[in-house]
Design a protein around this ligand. Structure first.
Ligand code: ADP
Ligand code: MG
Length: 586
């Protein structure tokens, strides 16, 4: 059913002007299409990437004013102004994004408010933009001699662009770049550990959203045939966000549903409310505020979820049979010095969390890093993987210093890790989560993904993801949503994701923590098998029994300091180790 839903909807919207639909509803539908294009950008930006923007109306304004100014004052062809407007919006988004997207948390929403206000007042105060009266007499669009007008003809163009935009965003979300964008919302640590530049993808999402807004603005200018600052104000920016949230900010079709509901209800309320209350005023704003609160309470993911539930998702067709393998790196020879941790130190203020710790890992070894809680294991792990900066000391990987490199650069050199607290994208399938690990072994970018020209590489990525799931015995669960798995399988999934990076060294942070006995056994079996295959592993563990049977050598830490290093038997026999564990555990 879902397969036919899009073509059927697209066909309906494109032939709507030919049907005996009253002009009024064609106009409404034009507005809905225009709003949907902007809201689609917000789905990508806010719903998928987790970046809130109140300033989209300003980008709409750039598209609209560019079209209006160039057409009325310079006589430029309207089809050319589309490209100029989108280009200007992209440049503006790059500048605003470069300044704000590195900041975390609430700076972006605040910055988008400032940006929206600034552009609004600029539009309103510029002599050459007609100040608050705006620009009048924008020509209608012509298509091979056919005057599109502002009604039925334009409807075809608006909806063709809206549907193409929806298709492009849908394609993007189901791609290598899209998975990187979807990884943004759950924080940057995991994505960066998979080699993804989170900053780059935040900028990408911001730029796409701005470009969509500018396209909508360009259409709007030729639809209204006049522009003034009001439709591009901060209020309108908030309304766009409202549409996206109401419809379902995580869903492409939520943008359309939200835009339709807001447009139709807004229009009805403007007629109805004055009759009910007796005076006219902007009461619909209040009604919308109440509606939003109710929706957020009872359908926090928006209205689209009600329709989504009735459209069961089909599992991804298994189309990657026989796909070529992804490129693989040169593996170190057994016994080669792989990781050299040389007197690393980390101070948090006065606390010395890691106190000049040194150890080495040779290719083919499983080394355990153990110690009681708070001993500094995770901190050491984060120093090695580039999540934390070194206070002092050096880390060398395959002979190269890696201290101070960002974690995605360290991932590129062949270290891959899991997390003490599982980090994944719960609403993606197991297979897609594991495919994220193949990011650095593939290349297709955003534009290729939108045009769906990267399917061959996608097949290779999914073949690799399936292979890694088979390696750990989880291929039976590949189509399940990662968020629905129990903790044990989630931990294994993280290992498969790390393996998909084709690592030279695998680093596992407390993989057995919180697992039930059966799950621990399954994990131990997987690790034993990986060792048999020649994988080198650094295993950080709190559970001493778990590492004893698995490791070649063990480093014991206590209070940030290396206590001893030796074979499991030596460590087990050490009175100091026993004292450390007994001293803090009991
Ligand atoms: P382990 O993983 O061995 O349980 P950690 O490396 O997490 O230990 O922590 C070692 C010590 O460093 C603890 O005392 C912890 O409270 C402290 N610590 C860890 N991370 C930070 C941080 N970001 N800021 C301040 N103190 C920290
Ligand atoms: Mg820890």
């Amino acid at each position: 059913m879902r397969r036919y839903a899009f073509p059927a909807f697209a066909a309906l919207m494109l032939v709507l002007p030919l049907l005996p639909v009253p002009d009024f509803w064609i106009t409404q539908s034009n507005y809905i299409g225009l709003y949907s294009i902007v809201a689609l950008g917000l789905v990508l930006l806010t719903g998928v990437s987790g970046l809130t923007s109140f300033g989209q109306a300003a980008f709409v304004g750039i598209g609209a004013y560019t079209a209006a100014f160039l057409a009325t004052k310079m006589g430029v062809s309207p089809w050319l102004t589309l490209f100029v407007g989108v280009a200007l919006a992209i440049v503006a988004a790059l500048i605003v994004g470069a300044v704000t997207l590195r900041m975390s948390g609430h700076y972006l929403p605040l910055a988008t408010i400032a940006w929206g206000l600034a552009l609004y007042y600029m539009m309103g105060n510029m002599e050459w933009l007609g100040k608050y009266d705006g620009l009048l007499g924008i020509p209608t669009l012509h298509f091979f001699g056919w005057d599109l007008g502002t009604g039925r003809g334009l409807h075809v163009l608006i909806w063709a662009l809206a549907l193409l935009a929806a298709l492009a965003i849908t394609n993007l979300l189901d791609s290598r770049a899209g998975r990187a964008i979807r990884a943004l919302k759950s924080g940057s640590t995991m994505a960066e550990a998979m080699g993804i530049s989170t900053f780059r993808y935040k900028i990408t999402a911001f730029v796409i959203a701005a470009a969509l807004a500018a396209i909508s603005g360009w259409l709007f200018a030729h639809f209204q045939r006049t522009v003034n600052p009001t439709p591009f104000s901060l209020t309108k920016g908030i309304e766009y966000l409202f549409m996206a949230v109401l419809g379902g900010v995580g869903y492409v079709w939520g943008a359309f549903l939200g835009s339709a509901v807001v447009r139709v209800v807004d229009d009805q309320l403007q007629v109805l409310l004055p009759k009910l209350i007796g005076t006219s005023g902007n009461f619909e704003v209040i009604v919308f505020g109440i509606v939003l609160v109710v929706v957020l309470k009872y359908a926090p993911d928006g209205l689209w979820t009600f329709i989504q539930r009735r459209l069961p998702a089909a599992p991804r067709p298994r189309d990657w049979e026989g796909a070529a393998a992804l490129p693989a790196r040169d593996k170190p020879a057994r016994g080669e010095l792989l990781l050299d941790v040389d007197a690393v130190r980390k101070e948090f203020g006065g606390l010395v969390a890691v106190n000049d710790v040194s150890f080495q890992i040779r290719a083919g070894d499983i080394v355990g890093l153990i110690g009681p809680n708070g001993a500094g294991k995770s901190t050491t792990f984060n120093l090695i993987t580039g999540v934390l900066g070194l206070t002092r000391g050096a880390v060398r990987f395959r002979g190269q210093p890696v201290g101070g490199l960002p974690s995605r650069e360290i991932a590129r050199r062949g270290m891959s890790r899991t997390f003490q607290h599982v980090k994944m994208i719960p609403e993606m399938t197991v297979l897609e989560n594991v495919a994220l690990g193949g990011y650095l072994r593939s290349h297709a970018g955003t534009v290729k993904a939108m045009l769906r020209l990267e399917r061959e590489e996608e097949r290779r990525l999914f073949a690799e993801a399936e292979r890694q799931l088979q390696r750990i015995g989880m291929e039976g669960q590949m189509h399940e949503l990662a968020g629905n798995l129990a903790l044990g399988p989630q931990r294994l999934m993280e290992i498969a994701r790390a393996l998909a990076t084709d690592p030279a060294l695998l680093l596992l942070d407390e993989p057995a923590a919180g697992l039930r006995h059966k799950e621990k056994q399954a994990l131990a079996a997987v690790l034993r098998q990986l060792k048999a295959e020649g994988m080198s592993i650094l295993l950080v563990e709190h559970d001493m029994d778990f590492v004893m049977g698995l490791t070649d050598r063990i480093v014991v830490m206590e209070f940030g300091t290396k206590l001893i290093e030796g074979t499991p038997a030596e460590v087990q026999a050490s009175p100091a180790v026993r004292a450390a564990y007994l001293g803090t555990e009991h």
